[in-house]
Design a protein. Structure first.
Length: 484
């Protein structure tokens, strides 16, 4: 008769522990000391717009995130705006991804490999970063995990028509959240080639993939007209290749240790393409148009977690052969050592300083430094996000450059008057608060409007107050007395 602990281990599904572990990691420091950075501020302000206002916005900007914004609008309506509502979907989505990694690993390499892979995913530094991010990338990773699990089910001969419908739906859902996730399809194609999948699997996969791609095609085509949004992404440089090279090296080593064989369904056949193909695909796309940001292929790290988990699982089995009584402690010890080793990174990811800026932090300084009759300027105009997420802090301040509000204009930063009108409005003020970037993250001043703001302030105004906090800066200017 099995002992109670052994019986309990058999009853507990392998995915449950990674789910609880990932949720615990996600809830740890979730508010990041009540900070909110500029990308999350976009989600925050759009989620509080009406559906009609959101549709108006998507016609001009950010259509690639349209489905995510509508989802967050629904959650904000139900639970109210807040950092928990903003970030909890990413925590839960990453937990789903960890569960998928655990189940795939268990099916292909055993329970210890699945458990290790599911636990490893939440510890990866990039995953820890986006685990608590109010953006769609963790949700894409969850969809990628689900679609990959469904593909493995099909390759094991256990799929029905409903599985393929679910597969196509998961791929389409990911694409509607970020269409670059369609790179999971060539990764799955490599898996099919590697495992020499049968004709029926090929035909059903082709139909599901084509249907999902066709469903996402209108979004892909429409978003190309908004490609100016990513014009800030720098071209590829050699140092940008270091991260992908390290990931691929680790993944390749894990695949070799799995002793991959052509025609065999294995962790290597699933995990290595899932890791490598999206990374290499994004690098290739970036040669045509700079697009290389790790968050666009965050889902590829599920492949890395699978490969690392299999290596750890093999070590646990080897330890069990030599030290049967001690083998049960090998995996907890490995995870504990990894968690301690990554603790500095984990703490850093949960600090406000882990992001470029903090949109909320400067609001209290604006409240303190404003005075009756003061005006406010934003340089660049995108820094108006501070007022969008903290409107109370800016009550009583006249936004003298603004011609049309962000909501009315269907934009994130509003529409400003031309440079001459901004200059005239500035010269009519006695006191102006300038909200801008701190010097360490500021970019060169560009555009006639922003150059006019900077030039008029420098020539006609004097600084009487200045405060910088977490990447943002508010400076108070007063009009100089006329010379002579």
């Amino acid at each position: 008769m099995a002992s109670p602990p052994a019986a309990l281990r058999r009853r507990v599904p392998v995915w449950l522990i990674p789910v609880l572990w990932t949720v615990a990691l996600g809830l740890w420091g979730l508010s990041r000391q009540n900070s909110l950075w500029r990308d999350e501020a976009a989600t925050w302000q759009v989620a509080q717009r009406s559906t009609a206002e959101t549709v108006h916005l998507l016609g001009n900007v950010d259509v690639i995130h349209g489905c995510y914004y509508l989802l967050m609008h629904g959650l904000f309506e139900c639970f109210g705006p807040g950092t928990t509502t903003l970030r909890l979907p990413s925590v839960l989505a990453t937990a789903v991804a960890a569960a998928c990694v655990a189940v795939i690993g268990e099916r292909l390499a055993g329970k210890q490999a699945g458990l290790a892979g599911g636990l490893v995913l939440g510890l990866l530094p990039a995953v820890q970063f986006y685990l608590q991010e109010g953006r769609p990338y963790a949700l894409v990773a969850a969809g990628a995990g689900i679609s990959t699990l469904l593909l493995v089910t099909a390759l094991q001969g256990r799929a029905r028509t409903a599985h393929w419908i679910a597969y196509g739906s998961a791929v389409l859902a990911c694409a509607l959240l970020n269409w670059l996730s369609l790179m999971i399809l060539p990764a799955h194609l490599v898996t099919l080639l590697w495992t020499r999948a049968g004709r029926e699997v090929w035909s059903r996969w082709a139909v599901a993939s084509a249907t999902a791609t066709a469903g996402a095609l209108p979004l892909v085509l429409f978003s190309r007209g908004q490609s100016g949004q990513v014009s800030w992404i720098p071209p590829l440089t050699w140092h940008m290749l270091i991260g992908p090279a390290v990931l691929l090296a680790i993944g390749g080593l894990g695949a070799l240790l799995d002793r991959p064989r052509t025609g065999q369904l294995s962790v290597a056949a699933v995990g290595l393409p899932l890791l490598a193909v999206p990374q290499l695909g994004l690098l290739g796309l970036s040669l045509v148009q700079p697009l290389f940001l790790d968050r666009y292929v965050l889902f590829s790290l599920l492949g890395l977690a699978l490969l690392i988990g299999t290596t750890v699982g093999r070590a646990v089995r080897a330890a069990g052969t030599r030290f049967p009584r001690a083998s049960v402690w090998v995996l907890p010890a490995v995870v504990a050592v990894a968690a301690v080793g990554l603790l500095p990174q984990s703490l850093a990811k949960r600090s406000p300083e882990s992001r470029v800026d903090d949109v909320l932090a400067i609001a209290s300084d604006v409240r303190r430094m404003k005075a009756p009759g003061s005006a406010v300027l934003f340089l660049p105009a995108a820094r108006r996000d501070t007022a969008s997420v903290s409107p109370d802090a800016f009550s009583g301040l006249r936004d003298i450059a603004l011609e049309q509000s962000p909501k009315d204009s269907g934009t994130l930063k509003g529409v400003e008057a031309d440079a001459d009108r901004i200059r005239t409005a500035m010269l009519a003020q006695r006191r102006i608060l300038l909200v801008t970037d701190a010097p360490r993250v500021a970019r060169p001043v560009r555009g006639a409007r922003d150059r006019t703001k900077a030039a008029v302030l420098e020539k006609y105004f004097a600084v009487v107050g200045d405060q910088q906090v977490r990447g943002r800066r508010v400076t108070v200017y007063e009009r100089r007395a006329p010379a002579g």
